[in-house]
Design a protein around this ligand. Structure first.
Ligand code: URA
Length: 433
């Protein structure tokens, strides 16, 4: 059968800064999924979109075409309403782990279809795989059963959801076209809408460790995604949150699970707890469940969220009480002189952790479960020469050198600064509904 369009004409349209028609978008996304449009042609189109943008209607149509490329799931037969969260990714972002069981402990269903890490940001599935026995892949029927029984499930998104995005995302990754608002928004929202959730809270990260380095760009991405979700009938809100420094005190798979369990036991770092509570209250509000911040903190303190966590981990074959793996080697980074730690850069710590083996460079690479970084001193605190600032963990000691190189210049100890300089302000910067 003759094709409706020629890829070269579609590329030229966008190269010359013109609008793509609905028919062009439908065709090019479908033809790329079928393998009729070649990778090099789609790469050229992605770069043209990166340089010349897409308007709101084009983004909506592109998203719809990516949804159409695969299956649509439905949670309609569940006995509970569903509410979901998506983060645009950051360093030390383990929030899904305490958040899903916390929200589920209030009676709603939280289906978290998650991915693996690529580059300096970690992946939720890689983190959970640090738990002995835990399995990321579930049949749809089993996922529904767990959602009915336990309320929360975190598992791998099936290959049937938005396959066009899967192909395009891998291509963008190797052609420097990831950090483009129309392509990020359509990529994330095509998967979320295809997944069939009724409500969605977006955690849009801002700062050095995030795709969006400025609050203005993050706001534009958030606005685009909220509009796409709302237009598709998904109740959607977004929080812009700080990713200029790592979240919490750990970066790396098993280390982040350990910190998440601390939060579920009523402890943990204040920024992780605050963000978990802020996102949980938005998710529950969208599901029409009235809760106060005190109710949420109470469910962390009294073990209700922990009970749901343990049930969720067991339902996927994991042993929530088993010791977590640790790396074979550690190396302390200490303060060179007295002063106040005024800066700890998220990107530098993320890359350093990745170089220790916590992340992967290509999607088929393995990750080390025990590798990563423990942070001992929060920005704003005074230190003296020799104070341990961070501990690096890895199974391969040869990796310390490259990791230390990426920390070089990634933190500042100012001998003249007052205590408190550089301390974290509110983790939630802005809300868009
Ligand atoms: N996450 C996605 O799923 N897609 C993007 O484009 C960026 C982050």
């Amino acid at each position: 059968m003759a094709e409706k369009f020629d890829a070269v004409d579609v590329i030229r349209t966008k190269r010359d800064s013109q609008r793509l028609s609905d028919a062009q978008i439908d065709w090019v996304v479908d033809a790329y999924t079928r393998g009729v449009v070649a990778d090099e042609q789609m790469a050229a189109l992605a770069m043209a979109i990166f340089l010349n943008g897409m308007d709101r209607e084009e983004i909506a149509r592109w998203t719809a075409a990516m949804i159409e490329s695969g299956e649509r799931m439905s949670f309609a037969r569940l006995s509970r309403v569903t509410t979901d969260k998506h983060s645009t990714g950051g360093v030390g972002d383990k929030i899904t782990l305490p958040l899903a069981p916390l929200v589920a402990s209030f009676g709603v269903a939280v289906p978290q279809l998650s991915g693996r890490g690529l580059g300096h940001t970690g992946g939720t599935l890689d983190k959970l795989e640090a738990i002995p026995g835990w399995q990321a892949s579930l049949e749809n029927a089993r996922m529904m059963e767990i959602l009915d029984e336990v309320g929360a499930v975190i598992c791998a998104a099936g290959s049937g959801l938005a396959p066009a995005d899967k192909k395009l995302y891998a291509l963008r990754d190797i052609t420097s076209t990831v950090d483009c608002i129309p392509l990020i928004a359509s990529s994330i929202m095509s998967k979320k809408i295809a997944e069939g959730t009724g409500a969605l809270v977006l955690d849009v990260k801002v700062g050095s460790g995030a795709f969006m380095k400025t609050q203005d760009d993050a706001r534009e991405l958030a606005r685009t995604m909220v509009d796409l979700g709302t237009d598709a009938g998904v109740r959607t809100v977004a929080l812009l949150t700080d990713m200029s420094r790592p979240l919490g005190r750990t970066v790396g798979n098993a280390l982040e699970v350990r910190e998440s369990v601390e939060v579920l036991a009523g402890g943990g770092p204040a920024d992780v707890v605050d963000l978990t509570v802020a996102l949980a209250s938005e998710m529950l509000r969208l599901a029409d469940v009235e809760v106060t911040e005190d109710d949420l903190r109470g469910a962390l303190a009294d073990g209700r969220a922990m009970d749901t966590w343990k049930a969720m981990i067991r339902a996927q074959g994991g042993d929530p009480d088993a010791p977590l793996p640790t790396a074979a080697h550690t190396h302390d980074v200490v303060a060179e002189h007295d002063g106040v730690l005024t800066e700890l850069d998220a990107l530098a710590v993320g890359v350093a952790s990745w170089r220790l083996g916590a992340g992967r460079a290509r999607k088929e690479d393995p990750v080390q479960t025990g590798a990563g970084i423990e942070i001992h001193v929060e920005p704003g605190r005074r230190v003296t020469a020799g104070t341990p600032l961070m501990t690096l963990h890895t199974d391969i000691p040869e990796l310390f050198e490259r990791s230390l190189e990426s920390l070089d210049g990634g933190y500042t100890i100012d001998p003249d600064a007052a205590e408190g300089t550089g301390a974290r302000g509110d983790v939630v910067l802005e809300r868009l509904g």
